[in-house]
Design a protein around this ligand. Structure first.
Ligand SMILES: [Zn+2]
Length: 262
């Protein structure tokens, strides 16, 4: 489970950095900075700066995703999809979402003229990704493709060179993975449970358990049996709720995160 957490963490950081217009990584000890702008500062030695135009960065990013995620990233079935060829934006979107796993099979970066219709398209995209989050039929790996669509909108919204701004009444929604109640949107953790369900998690014998960080600053994750004042340890990160398996881990920014296990 730690591997999955690390992966999601890395992915979130990657997206965050990309949203801000650049990304950086360490390559055999050399710090590499890829951006469409001149870097704000040069580190003394050991930094390789690569300046690319934005379209090239998008294309490179697509290639990186393809290599990282394997075949699900290479399933784009029509890279020539052009909104102009449809009688309306809504008929275009109906066509897209009528495809199974549309979020994996189409890429927003490959749809022609998408930027010209983005104001009309944004509510439809958000509604569709919200529906996917509510149904929660995706694997954690498949979820990265849904994030990709959401981040496409977030990124355009942050780009001050265009007029598009996300309507504040449009919100990304998320739902408890047990009772389906709406909870706060946490893109990094799509299968969380709500506070009420959190108080009902048990070991496999139906005894209530709870999890805490083991150290200050939000590090570590340790289970205990409830009402033992954290004296009786529960030495597993797997817990149960209404016949389903969940896993606990330390949150990226501290605290404990409990999500539905695949
Ligand atoms: Zn719940």
């Amino acid at each position: 489970m730690a591997g999955l957490g690390d992966f999601l963490g890395w992915f979130g950081d990657f997206i965050s950095s990309f949203c801000s217009g650049f990304f950086s990584f360490s390559f055999f000890g050399i710090f590499v900075n890829i951006s469409n702008k001149n870097p704000p500062l040069h580190k003394a030695g050991g930094t390789l700066c690569v300046i690319l135009d934005e379209n090239t960065i998008n294309e490179k990013l697509m290639n990186i995703f393809s290599k990282l995620f394997g075949k699900t990233k290479n399933e784009n079935i029509d890279s020539d999809l052009n909104i102009k060829n449809f009688k309306s934006v809504s008929s275009f979107w109906e066509f897209v979402v009528s495809t199974d796993n549309w979020h994996s099979k189409y890429s927003p970066y490959k749809i022609k003229n998408i930027n010209n219709y983005i104001s009309e398209l944004a509510p439809l995209i958000i509604q569709s990704t919200n529906e996917l989050r509510k149904k929660m039929e995706f694997s954690y790996e498949e979820y990265e493709q849904i994030v990709y669509w959401d981040n496409f909108l977030i990124r355009i919204d942050m780009d001050e060179s265009n007029k598009f701004k996300l309507n504040k009444s449009l919100t990304f929604k998320q739902y408890c993975s047990n009772c389906k109640k709406e909870i706060g949107f946490q893109q990094r953790y799509p299968k969380l449970i709500c506070g009420e369900c959190l108080s009902k998690i048990t070991d496999k014998n139906n005894r209530l358990v709870e999890f805490f960080n083991t150290e200050g600053l939000g590090y570590g994750c340790q289970g205990y049996y409830c009402e033992t004042q954290q004296k009786e340890k529960y030495n597993s990160d797997i817990c149960f709720l209404e016949g389903k398996e969940y896993f606990a881990e330390e949150g990226r920014f501290g605290g404990i995160v409990i999500q539905l296990k695949e």
